[in-house]
Write a protein that binds this ligand. Structure first.
Ligand code: SF4
Ligand code: FES
Length: 249
């Protein structure tokens, strides 16, 4: 049975002088299988062409449609309206720079993260385009694949207490990213080099352990496990560092 739903949406365009943050209600007819992606497009097409929000893939792949849905971070394209009450709110993700309404700039944040964590394979081997592929044991490939599934939506960052109060904290997604390279045997970085990136309060030791990131990751990446892995390695590295005075390798 169809019902009417009312979506109360955060509105504010920082580029319009004098614009004030406010909530604006939109009511529309719900139908079977309606996602928030569909509902927002319908609002923009039929009620308000000025409404700003982001979408690319509509299939939980690009990560651009994350927002606070009734106060919880989630992907609009993956959320069915029938699983929400007949009246609910949509807000932009906190932590990230607001572009306008529900649209935030996650791109700049994630670009900075990639640069800070040096998220590429560090190897001394010279690239040979004619070389044959080197096989990797299945279990290693699978372990790398797990953190690699991150779609950079920002839900884990938005829900993180530390990230909300400390702008330099790399968040669960950053720690997850580092774990991906630690697990990769092709990356030749030493423990000391990893420690310099993530063995501090803005990295693996900044998390206060509430683990909301783990609850709200739409890709179900085991963020708690990845954090524990990185912390274990960094705690051992830190101990060696203390004992040997920067002579860890
Ligand atoms: Fe999104 Fe999960 Fe990646 Fe965080 S770890 S950015 S919640 S996909
Ligand atoms: Fe790509 Fe939702 S539109 S994840």
């Amino acid at each position: 049975m169809s019902r009417k739903i009312t979506i109360s949406i955060f509105r504010y365009n920082p580029n319009i002088p004098g614009d004030e943050p406010r909530m604006q209600d939109y009511t529309l007819e719900e139908y079977e299988g309606m996602t928030l992606f569909v509902a927002l497009n319908e609002i923009r097409e039929k009620q308000d062409p000025t409404l700003m929000f982001d979408f690319v893939c509509r299939a939980a792949i690009c990560g651009s449609c994350a927002m606070l849905i009734n106060g919880r971070p989630g992907l609009a394209c993956k959320t069915l309206t029938r699983n929400l009450p007949s009246r609910f709110t949509l807000m932009p993700l906190p932590v990230f720079k607001l572009i306008g309404d529900l649209s935030v700039d996650t791109g700049t944040w994630f670009r900075n993260l990639q640069m800070r964590t040096e998220a590429w394979i560090h190897t001394s081997k010279k690239f040979d385009p004619n070389a044959l592929e080197v096989r990797m044991p299945n279990e290693v490939a699978e372990a790398i694949y797990e953190p690699e599934r991150c779609i950079e939506c920002g839900c884990c960052v938005a829900t993180c207490v530390t990230a909300n109060i400390r702008e330099d904290f790399i968040g669960a997604t950053g720690i997850n990213r580092v774990s991906r390279f630690m697990l990769d045997p092709r990356d030749e970085r030493t423990e000391k080099e990893y420690f310099e990136i993530v063995g501090n309060e803005d990295g693996a030791f900044g998390c206060v352990g509430l683990m909301a990131c783990d609850d709200f990751c739409p890709m179900d990446i085991p963020l708690q496990k990845q954090l524990a892995y990185v912390r274990r390695r960094m705690a051992k590295a830190g101990l060696k560092l203390d004992l040997k005075g920067m002579k860890i390798s």
